[in-house]
Design a protein around this ligand. Structure first.
Ligand code: MRU
Length: 333
């Protein structure tokens, strides 16, 4: 992704592997600080995923792939590394997809670093293709709503939901992006907005509960979100709040698209009801950064994802083209 740091243009990925170290843009700190987190052991890679130094389904998968390569180069037991990394976050399918691919390849004698690099390049290339297919859906002048951060930070480069936005913008279409703030971790307000600034895309951040207002006023032409897991029937798990955006979009006749590469599809599950939903610490809701915003006696619940049933989804933008949710089974190899 193209970023500007201290007045200098740089081309960086959200995660990369250098001298046996997994290096990550620390997404907990953006946009206030730009820092690189270095994971030197399997435990540190696991911590980076769990604590959301890195987040977003494809980027979690790429980080896990590098983590497996690192473990193999350090002579660690591959099954142990697999288990440590597998337990970090339960919802994004890319994590398990990448771990299985790396474990099986390493056991077959593949060179670990080459395999992990090939995985990362392949996923990022697929997301670039998502950009091409998705951009064809975007008309000049469109105002597009996105939720959470399904951007370059969540993939490595390009993004899933943001890939069509980047392509459309670079193709010279005039677009405007509505960015949901995405409580409690504020991935929209902090990360998607930062990416939009870097790309020079016109945008505005809105409170999570404002999308329905703008939809009803006719100020949103289209919704594009990412996905953490897509099941065979076309149901989609994505950041908490996605479901209600989809329902309100349908009510207002606004097309609702999901963008995801093949690593996010879980063909072993028939329905979104079977997707494990991560429940994170209540502190993420009770506090905003270091500031407690609720009475100290109050408790909170904090599901990180929800499931949008296929009936609310207009289309799923993949590297192979745009599919109706009921056509998802066609993508199974
Ligand atoms: O909890 P997060 O920040 O990992 O959740 C991320 C999302 O829900 C994204 O929309 C999804 O992973 C798609 S990323 C291209």
């Amino acid at each position: 992704m193209r970023i500007e740091l201290n007045g200098e243009r740089r081309d960086l990925r959200a995660v990369w592997f250098e001298d046996g170290i997994v290096k990550l843009i620390d997404q907990r700190k953006l946009p206030a600080k730009f820092e690189i987190f270095e994971a030197k052991t399997t435990e540190e890679v696991a911590y980076a995923i769990k604590d959301m130094v890195v987040r977003g389904a494809p980027a979690i998968g790429i980080t896990a792939a590098y983590g497996m390569a690192q473990a193999a180069l350090q002579g660690r037991d591959i099954d142990d590394a697999f288990e440590i990394l597998r337990k970090t976050r339960p919802t994004a399918h890319d994590l398990f997809f990448a771990l299985e691919l790396m474990r099986d390849s390493i056991k077959r004698g593949a060179e670990p670093t080459t395999t992990a690099e090939k995985y990362a390049n392949d996923i990022i290339g697929r997301c670039e293709k998502i950009g091409e297919h998705g951009a064809a859906l975007i008309k000049d002048g469109y105002r597009i709503l996105t939720h959470c951060n399904a951007g370059a930070l969540a993939v490595g480069d390009w993004g899933t939901a943001t890939a069509p936005l980047r392509k459309a913008h670079r193709d010279g279409k005039k677009i405007f992006v509505w960015v949901d703030e995405t409580r409690p971790r504020l991935q929209g307000a902090r990360l998607t907005a930062w990416e939009m600034v870097q790309e020079g895309i016109e945008h505005a951040i809105i409170a999570d509960n404002a999308a329905g207002y703008f939809m009803r006023k006719g100020e949103i032409d289209m919704v594009i979100v990412g996905a953490d897991r897509i099941t065979s029937n076309g149901d989609v798990a994505n950041k908490i709040g996605t479901y209600e955006k989809a329902v309100v979009a349908k009510e207002n006749g606004i097309p609702f698209y999901v963008a995801a590469p093949i690593s996010t599809f879980d063909f072993s599950l028939n329905s979104g009801d079977d997707i494990p939903i991560e429940e994170r610490s209540e502190e993420e809701v009770l506090f905003c950064r270091e500031c407690r915003i609720s009475p100290k006696e109050s408790r909170a619940r904090n599901p990180a994802f929800d499931v949008t049933p296929a009936k609310y989804i207009t289309g799923i933008i993949t590297e192979l083209g745009v599919f109706k949710p009921e056509e998802v089974w066609k993508l199974k190899k």
